[in-house]
Ligand binder design. Structure first.
Ligand SMILES: *Cc1c(COP(=O)(O)O)cnc(C)c1O
Length: 445
């Protein structure tokens, strides 16, 4: 299992800068050099050059193997290159890849039915996008259409969407404006208007913030990028009550937390299962690695005979690629496997294993474990992590973990995340935790 495989020639030659006698100059450059020269520097990237993955393992271009608890940031729900997913993509690639949304291919309908009947289990309808940011843009557009149908008492449209500090909703102009983090907005003024950011889990602040123009409240049941912060049950219930009382839409951003990752098909059900949202967005884990996102709107009536799910009628929204046969085949394979193998249950079992093991170490550098299922944040005491200027404690630890063979992404300055695939085994969890313990012990001393 742990044997390091040799990279096949067709991968090693063109991508790793080892080609001999090549006529093309780029073939003699290293991958990081090619990035530097040709790719926009929008990311602070680690130097790792991954070339192959299988299950929980990832190999770099030098043949080093890593245990991957980053999984493309909670994307590869079944691990790397799960045989079912690979076969679904291979088969569909040879059958029909793309037809546009001018026509009705069976896989998009089947995937929507799978999500509605087996995962959301509330009557509603789905739009397919290519990413989480686009899915949230769809919810924002829906809120505005809703605010047109159900305007303010003076007849003016409602349009405002309330979101929360430390939230993350994406990088498009719409989803970026919805994101409650200054550093994400920096230099991009003027932002799309119609958003205000409120303290998370603060019921009174939310109550006071609602104005005549407010149309919706958008929140992550568990904030991922912002540091793995769970909404409290009281907060989610209060948000739902305030939405009812003020005729607002309740939107959950489940882009990172949804489809089994937090121990239930839907993350909010791990916190306040009785709550019924009006809209939900997803992406990341739903495709297992192919680019697919989606948003859902409830069928509930917003006036005498208009369901909310009809606010975006023909011509109001679209995406050329959205929900094409190839990505729908992949997503169907992933969601059926998650459901049939009850991988959400495994997420809970592994959460318990991780929490118990980490607690048993009694390491002062670990302040707490936040999150649910396999969306877990390990909080670090910044005083105990030797951190050079310009770095964060989380980055120091993440780099050190990588050196020791474990990939895990940071979440905010003082937290790193454990995001293994939903089918991770006891052995893999134990191996990862051994690396975490050894790394923290040698870092802190
Ligand atoms: C990643 C993420 C997004 C953005 O998704 P993209 O696919 O990167 O556009 C939105 N919301 C949450 C909660 C996320 O974690």
């Amino acid at each position: 299992m742990k044997k390091v495989s040799v990279i096949p020639q067709f991968l090693a030659l063109p991508f790793c800068g080892t080609a001999l006698g090549s006529a093309l100059p780029y073939e003699s450059m290293t991958t990081p050099d090619l990035y530097k020269q040709h790719v926009l520097p929008t990311y602070g990237r680690f130097p790792l050059v991954p070339v192959r993955g299988a299950g929980c393992r990832l190999w770099d271009d030098a043949g080093n193997s890593y245990l991957d608890f980053c999984m493309g940031i909670a994307v590869c729900s079944l691990g790397h290159c799960h045989p079912l997913l690979v076969e679904a993509i291979r088969y569909q690639a040879g059958q029909l890849m793309h037809v546009s949304n001018l026509y009705q291919h069976p896989l998009q309908a089947e995937l929507a039915a799978e999500i509605n009947e087996h995962h959301v289990k509330i009557p509603g309808k789905i739009f397919f996008s290519n990413s989480g940011a686009e899915a949230n843009d769809g919810l924002i557009k829906s809120a505005r259409r809703f605010g047109l149908k159900r305007p303010q008492s003076n007849g003016a449209q409602r349009y405002e969407v309330l979101t929360f500090l430390q939230s993350f909703h994406g990088r498009t102009l719409g989803s970026m404006a919805a994101t409650g983090q200054k550093k994400i907005h920096e230099g991009f003024d003027p932002l799309l208007p119609g958003f205000r950011y409120l303290p998370f889990n603060d019921i009174a602040a939310l109550e006071n913030a609602i104005r005549p123009e407010t149309a919706a409240i958008l929140l992550e049941p568990i904030q991922g990028e912002g540091g793995v912060n769970s909404a409290t049950p009281e907060f989610i219930r209060a948000v739902a009550d305030l939405c009812k009382k003020n005729d607002l839409l309740l939107f959950f951003d489940e882009v990172q937390a949804g489809f089994g990752r937090c121990g239930d098909a839907m993350a909010w059900r791990m916190i306040a299962p009785e709550v019924k949202p009006d809209g939900i967005s997803w992406a990341k884990g739903m495709g297992g690695g192919v680019p697919i996102g989606s948003f859902w709107l409830s069928d509930r009536a917003i006036d005498d005979d208009t369901p909310l799910s009809s606010v975006l009628g023909p011509g109001s929204h679209g995406s050329t690629y959205g929900g094409n046969p190839l990505v729908c085949a992949a997503s169907l394979a992933v969601l059926k496997e998650i459901r049939e193998k009850e991988l959400a249950v495994n997420a809970i079992l592994q959460e318990v294993r991780i929490r118990e093991t980490v607690r048993s170490w009694n390491l002062p550098v670990i302040t707490e474990i936040r999150g649910k299922g396999l969306l877990l944040g390990i909080g670090l005491d910044p005083e105990l992590v030797p951190t050079p200027e310009g770095k964060t404690p989380a980055l120091v630890v993440v780099n050190e973990l990588m050196k020791n063979g474990l990939l895990a992404p940071p979440a905010g300055p003082n937290t790193f995340r454990l995001l293994p695939p939903l089918n991770v085994t006891d052995t893999e969890v134990d191996e990862a935790l051994t690396i975490v313990k050894r790394t923290l012990q040698s870092l802190v001393k």
